[in-house]
Ligand binder design. Structure first.
Ligand SMILES: [Fe+2]
Length: 236
């Protein structure tokens, strides 16, 4: 049984993650603020644009969208006091954040139709050079959908306003991606992102306040595509 991204998006907007009535994780979107939901929607859109550029199949595109929506689901196991802490994290707090991929994997483990999203949830903080976590996977041992979500997540995180810092200018974020190619990021994925960016397909990110999260981004997403110092909280 497979779950579509449409299903998940709709259910999340109803303040619960409900998959075919089999499981409800009400804390997830119930605890997500508007900014977090908007972030996951943007990561979904960016990741899909990259994946389309790289020629992934429709099935892979669907898996990437679901993985992007759920990649941080494990953060429901981290307190808001830590997630929103304006200052530097204590070591124990940082360790709690580093557990969110494993918590997310555990959360999705019993949902058969979301099995395809588990690699994205568990491995989205791995690095191309093998210095990430939790498994220290490197290079192509990291599944391609995960490498794509990693770039999408990093770009949106860098250019987003957070309680503990101001957003990074887009020009600086693009430079960070280039600098991280081959180290944190898959260079081919960075190239695909830059190709998409140069063609203006992600220009809406510059007007994010005018683009509230939608229940389903698929329709506007298709229209979009058819027309022509990362911080420790997030990547460490
Ligand atoms: Fe994460």
């Amino acid at each position: 049984m497979a779950c579509g991204a449409e299903n998940i998006s709709v259910q999340m907007n109803q303040q619960s993650l409900s998959v075919h009535g089999g499981l409800q994780v009400e804390q997830f979107s119930g605890r997500q603020d508007r900014g977090t939901r908007a972030h996951t929607e943007r990561v979904r859109t960016i990741a899909r644009c990259i994946a389309e550029r790289m020629g992934l199949s429709d099935e892979e595109l669907a898996a990437i969208e679901i993985g992007a929506l759920l990649h941080d689901v494990g953060k429901i196991g981290v307190t808001d006091a830590i997630l929103r802490k304006p200052g530097p994290l204590e070591r124990e707090e940082y360790e709690q954040i580093r557990e969110h991929p494993a918590k997310g994997r555990h959360l999705l483990g019993s949902i058969a139709c979301l099995e395809g999203a588990i690699p994205c949830v568990l491995h989205h903080h791995e690095r191309f050079d093998g210095l990430g976590y939790p498994a220290r996977l490197a290079g192509r041992d990291i599944p391609l959908p995960v490498r794509i979500i990693s770039v999408a997540d990093a770009f949106d995180a860098m250019t987003s306003d957070r309680p503990y810092r101001r957003p990074m200018p887009v020009r600086a974020a693009l430079a960070e991606l280039r600098r991280g190619a081959g180290r944190q990021f898959d260079p081919e994925v960075v190239q695909a992102f830059l190709w998409v960016w140069r063609r203006g397909r992600l220009a809406f990110l510059l007007e994010r306040e005018a683009q509230p999260p939608r229940g389903s981004a698929l329709a506007p997403l298709r229209g979009l595509v058819d027309s022509p110092h990362q911080v420790a909280h997030e990547i460490a």
